[in-house]
Design a binder for this molecule. Structure first.
Ligand SMILES: NC(=O)c1ccc[n+]([C@@H]2O[C@H](COP(=O)([O-])OP(=O)(O)OC[C@H]3O[C@@H](n4cnc5c(N)ncnc54)[C@H](OP(=O)(O)O)[C@@H]3O)[C@@H](O)[C@H]2O)c1
Length: 251
């Protein structure tokens, strides 16, 4: 069994929750980060109830000091930190004319600044790990250009850029850095739509492989990158999107 300690942000729901459950099944001890304590506790209970190891580290990653506080909390609790899954993100999809300075700063702080400073704060621990890995969760929005997604897409494109640069700089320390780029996945965001069934149908129709993704579709690839079997893989972005970035099916 894999006995590493993994920090997973946004682990109280959706893709992060699914990744936390899967990594715990593989034997990792998972630190679940998010703002809603009750959601984190529910996932911790589910994991520990089935024999896994997990603990909650509630934090608002939009706050400047949160990344270093999260790392400190994990090191205090477990004394090591081997894996970071930078999955938390905020959407804030709005027309350009309505996007405020606070919206801009919040998207950048949560989706880009926090992943950067989580890695920075964890560097000594990652350097000490036998198999250190960082997996960033991007979005098809990094490479597809849609209304209302300017800043979200910008942050995701920058996250992919960060993946490559960090992979290059940290390779001498054997720290692998990789990225998963999901297409549309059925999570709270889409379920909150006015007509969720219609939304699932419309999004599924945009995907060449004919369906919207499930959180487990993405979690599996997060695990593949974390797995020590991938120990010669770094600096990559994997689209896990049913072909979404190819454009809609048909001619
Ligand atoms: N679903 C899709 O269609 C899709 C497509 C492409 C990419 N993605 C990416 O997949 C990742 C996971 O999203 P999801 O779809 O699983 O949506 P989700 O269920 O809304 O997950 C987002 C998570 O991030 C956490 N979070 C948000 N702001 C935070 C903050 N300031 N501090 C700490 N935690 C914060 C949320 O928890 P709290 O609210 O409790 O803090 C939540 O658990 C994101 O990076 C997203 O951009 C999703």
């Amino acid at each position: 069994m894999d006995d590493r300690v993994a920090v997973i942000t946004g682990a109280g729901s959706g893709i992060g929750e699914s990744a936390a459950r899967l990594l715990a099944e593989k034997g990792l001890d998972v630190a679940l980060v998010g703002r809603r304590r009750e959601r984190l506790d529910a996932v911790v209970d589910a994991i520990t109830g089935s024999g896994g190891r997990a603990f909650a580290v509630p934090a608002d990653l939009g706050q400047a000091r949160a990344p270093s506080e999260v790392v400190d909390a994990v090191l205090e609790a477990r004394g090591r930190l081997d894996v970071i899954v930078n999955n938390a993100a905020t959407y804030r999809l709005k027309p350009i004319a309505e996007f405020t300075l606070d919206d801009f700063d919040d998207v950048m702080a949560t989706n880009l600044r926090a992943p950067y400073f989580l890695v920075q704060a964890a560097l000594p621990a990652l350097r000490a790990s036998p198999a250190p890995v960082v997996v960033n969760v991007s979005s098809a929005a990094a490479v597809m250009y849609r209304p209302q997604q300017t800043v979200y897409g910008l942050a995701k494109a920058a996250l992919e850029h960060m993946t490559m640069n960090m992979a290059a700089e940290l390779a001498p320390d054997r720290i692998r850095v990789a990225c998963v780029r999901p297409g549309p996945v059925l999570t709270e965001f889409h379920l909150a739509a006015e007509d969720p069934e219609e939304r699932v149908r419309v999004l599924g129709a945009l995907v060449p492989l004919g369906r919207i993704g499930q959180p487990e579709d993405i979690a599996r690839w997060i695990w593949h990158l974390v797995d020590v079997e991938a120990d010669w893989v770094t600096g990559i972005v994997i689209s896990v999107d049913g072909g979404r970035v190819l454009g809609p099916p048909g001619v």
